[in-house]
Each structure stands twice: as structure tokens, then as C-alpha cells.
Design a protein around this ligand. Sequence first.
Ligand code: SF4
Length: 331
Amino acid sequence: MPEFVGIQNGKDAAAGIRRSASTRPAECNKSNYASKLGDICERRLVYWRTKGDRAIPPSDGLVGLWESAKLLTPIFLDRIFNPFGRKQTPAWEILEQERRPSDPLFLKLNIGLKVDGIRHVADATGRMRPYSIVEFKSMNGNLFGRIEDRDSLGMTYWAAKYPDQVLLGMLGCELPEHPGWLVIINRDCLYECKIIEIPFDMDRCERLLARAERINAHVTDGTLPRQICRPDICQNCPFLPICSPKLEADPEDAPLVMKPGEDDELHKLLADHVLLEGSRKEANAITKKLKGRLVPGQCLVSGPIVVNWKVHGKGWRMTVKDTTSEEQGAS
Ligand code: SF4
């Protein structure tokens, strides 16, 4: 149970979180966690297995968020979600919480998996039968409002991994016939949730299994996959200090010199980019001058050219359109 002892201000609250959270000393992951296998960086997955004890510890705030999710999810499930499911036709209920995989391949590939629950659905006789797997994820109201479907999970690299976790759950628990449920819970209001259905995808599962195999080989051989060198991902990576990826081009590095005709398509793309980049700069300079001459919100017509304005955020967005072709089409 949490022990918020002697809390008087924000600093002490952080200490309270540390004391109450079930934080264990940092250690290497003993298996390839299914919740992580879809990570954008394979090298990081190897680090979790071999250098997990050297990862930068998560902030108190992040630990507090994880602990809150652990406390809130059972409340959501027992008091809101399952009572709702029991009233549906056919009735359903989330059971077998924290079920481990039955597929022996997971043991062989050392994939650590515990699904949040199995959705059991009533058959014609009213008997509950295992139907599909369910994973619960909670997030703040702001992000919750922006998640609409599976694609929008890609807004953050950590949420982008969720569908892969569901897929591995379907495979591991041998329940691929019906789409798995990824249930997104609004942490600010537990009565709001969104269900994203994840249909089974054997190709994707095979790629994730192959990844687990590669990670095991790296762990055994003491090797590492290549770095992804992405500032947006690497800057927040707990292994940044030991990985030290190259996050900016070194002017001292010799460039790769392509021979004439080596890749005509790439050469044309580069040439087009240079051309359009020049036009874009010119267009921006003209737009700036125009904005200095026009009154925001005042639409204007000059021959076939029409200027319109739309409110955009706290300002105005201008559009300038040549209507010559429309006029010709109308005549
Ligand atoms: S620092 Fe970047 S390249 Fe290195 S493990 Fe982390 S995410 Fe991967």
C-alpha cells in the first residue's frame, strides 16, 4: 500500500511516490518483453537484455503514472467495464487476467508475455467461452482525445507498440480467430474508453518472432544491431549515454560519392528537390510581401485572381487562387 509519510510539499510528494512505488533495483530483462518487441529501435531491445541495469532510471513522475495505471485499471475493469459487458447481448466478461502464453514457441524464443485478460463471450446456452484477448492502456485526457484509431497510435512511439503487443497476445494465447481488443482508458474520467480492434496478422507476428530470434542471437554473441540515430527517439532513450549515437552530421566525414548513372532516380529526386526548394523560398518571400499589402480578413478579387481568408487558430490564413480555368470551364 502507498505510504505518503510526512508529505508537505511537491518535493516530499516525489519521495512519497518513490517509497510507495514497487520499484525494484534496475536489472537486465530476463526475456524479450512482448510489450516492447514492437519498439522502433532493435538495438534498445538488446540493451534491455544486456545492460538494463545501466538504463537511466525513469523520473518520479513517470513511475507515479505507471503506479496510477496499476491502481486504476482493476477499478475500471471490476466496476465499469465488466458490469457493462455482462449487460450486453451476448454477454461478455474479461477473465483470466495476466494469462501467460500457451504456445511453446514463446518459451523457445524467450518472449515474456502476460495478457491483461481474455474476453469470454456467452454462447447460445449462456456458457462463457474464451473469445479474444484484451489489453488495457490508460492515458491522459489530452492524448486520449486525439486517439481515434490504430493509425493515430503512431503519434507517440510508445503507443505505436501497443497493436504488436495485442498481436503477440493473440498468437501466444492461441486466440487468433477474433480481433483482439486494445482498450484505451481516459485516466481523467474512467467512464470514457475507446476500443480499438486489432485483427490478426500472421506476417507481422512472424516479423516480431524473427526479431526475438535476432535479439537472442545478439545477446548470446555479445553483438548489437545498428543504431537508429534519430534525435526525436534517441534523446529520450534510457541508453543514450552508453549507446552514444551520432545525432548530427560530422562535416569532417567523407561524403559518399555516387558514380554517374549509378542511381538516376535518386539523382532526379535530388535535382527536383533543389529546384522546388528555390521556388518555395521565392514563394515565401512573395507571400510575406503580399501580407504586408493586404488587410487580413478582407477578401479581394483582382481579375481572375481571388484572395480568401479563413480564421486559423488565433490568426488568419490566406489563400490566393487563379480562377481562369474555372471561368473557361463555365463558359
Ligand atoms: S540511443 Fe537511439 S540508437 Fe541507441 S539504443 Fe537508444 S534509441 Fe536506439
